[in-house]
Ligand binder design. Sequence first.
Ligand code: ADP
Length: 357
Amino acid sequence: MMAARVTAGAAFILIAGTGSIIATGKHMTPPTAGSAISIRGLTKRYPGATKPAVDAVDLEISPGEFIVLLGPSGCGKTTLLKMINRIYEPTSGSITIDGVNVQSLNAPDLRRHIGYVIQQSGLFPHMKVAANVGVVPNLLKWDAQRTRQRVEELLDLVGLPAENYANRYPAQLSGGEQQRVGLARALAAEPPTMLMDEPFGALDAITRTRLQDELIRIHGQISQTVLFVTHDIEEAVRLADRIVIMRDGGIVQVDTPLAIFSAPADRFVSDLIGANDILRRLSLMPASIAMEPLNGLPPEADMTIASEAFLREALAKLVESGRPYLTVTDDRGEAIGTLSMMSIQRAAAPPESSDVT
Ligand code: ADP
């Protein structure tokens, strides 16, 4: 229902084959997914630097993917992100969005059509919340009523009801609330691409988890393509469809969180993600991976676990209940297998090291 409200009447952006950006009118069908982004041989060498900050990066991103750039401080994550909305210009290589080279576009226009959220929310301190969220619609010359309606929808979407928040100044908000407003502002014109640079990095753990949940929910509704920078592995695992692991300006591994945990490319990746952290691995593996056949054991209806639930939850249930096994159920609730402490242990054994260093 929220998705219908958010998209109804909203403008959206097409990057046309001509290389120009066109804000379409409210009567056209809104996009169902974000942009495809193609990065080829992308290199950034800062003046005077001995080596490139981003070094010959290739990356193909599908529409609607949630990509997390993960790596230690200084590995080039922010530089890579800022070349996508042309805050920085590449030394060489190319970025195309839906087939259009961003270099062929007018940079301020491009930025209006790519959502951007940073750690310090970047809100204008002298403008009230509603005005901050309405910045891009105003630049795009939406009429006042449409902007007001959109601002209310967005504040609702990020959990800040307009009646309580629209007329406050940023200084009258908590850090978490400011980040929510920053997110609402970035989403205002429904950009098909969102760039997020450690947006929750300065928040306490509880607020951060809550905002991650909100972001997952919002992404589920709007399906933009998201590039999200973090150095926090837990955050990467919670959010990512695919994690891009960077080191010294290059990409070391790109894959789903589970695949990376199952087969880290090298010792660097293994250490970075804590591949030997068994609870973390159990948080990534669905029950179906460790399931054993029913083997005639009577299903215990009161001790079931869904096949897509994570093994960490299954382990908690086993420990709490003291039962020898759980019954695994499919999406119709039918018993399809069993899980025991032994089967979980087997599935969660540390990955074979493919270490080459
Ligand atoms: P990360 O986001 O992974 O922490 P950055 O992209 O910020 O990494 O930085 C990558 C490298 O480029 C670092 O060595 C950093 O010192 C350097 N760098 C970043 N921004 C600039 C800049 N504006 N001018 C010169 N060097 C920079």
